[in-house]
Write a protein of this length. Structure first.
Ligand code: SF4
Ligand code: SF4
Length: 176
């Protein structure tokens, strides 16, 4: 238990420290679990709950983040690379990962047209085996940009309200 890995992930913009995620990913990978598996989300939550408290109202958020992280892990392992921790830089003096600005894709509404991938200047999206797209690198998203949202005909992409950024611009968040 004392030797479990520790990983910071961002749930709805707030950091959460999770124990044993790397071990869980490894077990699932070794068991042949692909990112498109319909039971993956459930298995991730079940595995994470073994060593961490997951608040009930946040289960969906945890699941989305864990699915994304597993997809990255899976690609790194299948590509033979060791998973890397990226530096996402800063925005207005804050680590980029502290700014909850990134698209959220509705799996239900997405038709897999790929327009979001075409218009995005960064590698935020990734096509999935199930024909939809997934946000795989949310913190590469350019703060304030909304290109993909405008390009998405079925309105499957949600972006935060721009006003949310004001509190960061005016330094109000530095008070903590
Ligand atoms: S533009 Fe919208 S519908 Fe098309 S792939 Fe992207 S999220 Fe899905
Ligand atoms: S908002 Fe802009 S940078 Fe962010 S994902 Fe969409 S197109 Fe890419």
């Amino acid at each position: 238990m004392g030797n479990l890995s520790y990983r910071m992930i961002y749930i709805g913009g707030a950091p959460a420290g999770l124990l044993g995620v790397d071990e869980l990913f490894n077990v699932l990978f070794e068991a042949g679990m692909t990112p498109g598996d319909e039971n993956l989300g459930e298995k991730l939550i079940k595995g994470v709950k073994k060593h961490n408290f997951v608040p009930k109202p946040a289960i969906k958020d945890y699941q989305d983040v864990l699915l994304r992280e597993y997809l990255k892990y899976y690609h790194a392992r299948t590509g033979g690379e060791a998973p890397v921790t990226r530096d996402y830089g800063q925005w207005e003096g804050y680590p980029r990962e502290h700014i909850p600005w990134f698209p959220t894709v509705s799996e239900e509404l997405c038709n897999g047209c790929g327009k979001c991938i075409e218009v995005c200047p960064k590698d935020v999206f990734q096509p999935m085996e199930n024909g939809k797209v997934m946000v795989i690198e949310p913190f590469l998203c350019i703060v304030g940009c909304c290109f993909c949202k405008s390009a998405c005909d079925p309105k499957a992409i949600l972006m935060p309200q721009r006003e949310m950024l004001d509190q960061y611009r005016h330094g109000q968040m530095h008070a903590t």
